[in-house]
Design a protein around this ligand. Structure first.
Ligand SMILES: NC(=O)c1ccc[n+]([C@@H]2O[C@H](COP(=O)([O-])OP(=O)(O)OC[C@H]3O[C@@H](n4cnc5c(N)ncnc54)[C@H](OP(=O)(O)O)[C@@H]3O)[C@@H](O)[C@H]2O)c1
Length: 275
């Protein structure tokens, strides 16, 4: 029996982050997810519905499932993502429903000299960062208790595409790229989903920075992760994007989570194991 009857719909429930959230929540809430191309794994799962943001109207999915909580963990065509979130905002305005939107540290990628905090003004030089800002700004017009913006740094973990790609590169004798001047905070699927579980359970809304409390150089971090995941001598390719240190970090200040949900980049390194 579910402990709570809250109905949750995860858009992008078949993806790396969306599926990790689904697995974290499904034993506690009435949890649903969408898939698009990954029909092989999800079409026979009753909790999952097919949704293609380039062809389908999200409102039809929302009216079918009638969730109280929407988690948006989608990737896809940028223009279609904007339209979909526009329709989600209209739906939420009318219904008893709130949204948790997975945003990114890239909403601050135009600021290279400092880490960023929740209330800092967003500014991005990248198309991806600007898309996230556009959707964030749409959500910020909703009543405060109806939306949460979750800004997430790079997500690692044994099953993450980032770590899998590094392993693949090594096995193929190809170099692993590191960015020596990049200073960042990090997370993994486990920490991120525990934090999101807490936020949903407590009905928390607002802007959250969900990464490690401390910062690391990308190069040092990747080298330590590689030491954990394999006993090999990887070829490292240093990619210099600037000569000066550049920050891509989202630190918590205003909306801190309880101590037991806070962590360091070393915790993320230690979580990687040989398999
Ligand atoms: N991974 C990171 O390090 C990271 C860091 C910060 C923020 N984020 C954000 O977190 C979110 C999820 O990222 P992720 O790494 O989990 O990505 P992912 O593994 O590529 O998952 C993307 C999800 O979107 C779905 N999708 C793709 N094309 C679609 C379409 N045309 N219509 C409907 N659904 C579609 C996928 O479904 P199918 O697989 O079934 O096609 C999948 O469920 C993204 O918004 C990303 O910006 C990720």
């Amino acid at each position: 029996m579910k402990l709570d009857t809250k109905k949750i719909l995860i858009l992008g429930g078949s993806g790396f982050i969306g599926n990790a959230i689904y697995k974290e929540l499904c034993n506690y809430f009435d949890t649903y997810g969408t898939y698009c191309h990954a029909a092989n794994s999800f079409s026979s799962n009753k909790q999952f519905v097919h949704y293609n943001l380039e062809e389908d109207d999200i409102v039809e999915v929302l009216e079918e499932i009638k969730p109280q909580v929407i988690v948006s963990a989608l990737r896809g065509n940028f223009a279609a993502l904007v339209i979909a979130h526009n329709h989600i905002v209209e739906y939420i305005t009318k219904e008893d429903c709130k949204i948790y939107f997975i945003s990114s540290a890239n909403v601050f990628d135009a600021y290279s000299k400092y880490p960023s905090y929740e209330m800092d003004k967003t500014l991005s030089e990248s198309v991806y960062g600007r898309l996230k800002i556009k959707i964030e700004n749409m959500l910020l017009r909703l009543p405060k208790d109806k939306m949460a913006i979750l800004r997430v740094p790079m997500v690692f973990g044994n099953s993450s595409p980032r770590v899998k790609d590094m392993k693949k590169a090594i096995l193929a004798n190809e170099p692993v790229e590191v960015f020596p001047n990049l200073i960042l905070n990090v997370t993994n699927d486990d920490k991120l989903t525990q934090q999101i579980h807490y936020l949903i359970n407590r009905n928390k809304t607002g802007i959250y920075h969900l990464g490690s409390n401390d910062l690391t150089h990308h190069e040092d971090f990747i080298k330590e992760v590689l030491e954990r995941v394999g006993n090999f001598n990887p070829i490292i390719k240093r990619v210099y994007t600037t000569n000066e240190d550049r920050y891509l970090a989202v630190l918590p200040k205003t909306n801190k989570l309880p101590k037991n949900l806070q962590f360091t980049f070393q915790d993320i390194i230690d979580h990687h194991v040989l398999n």
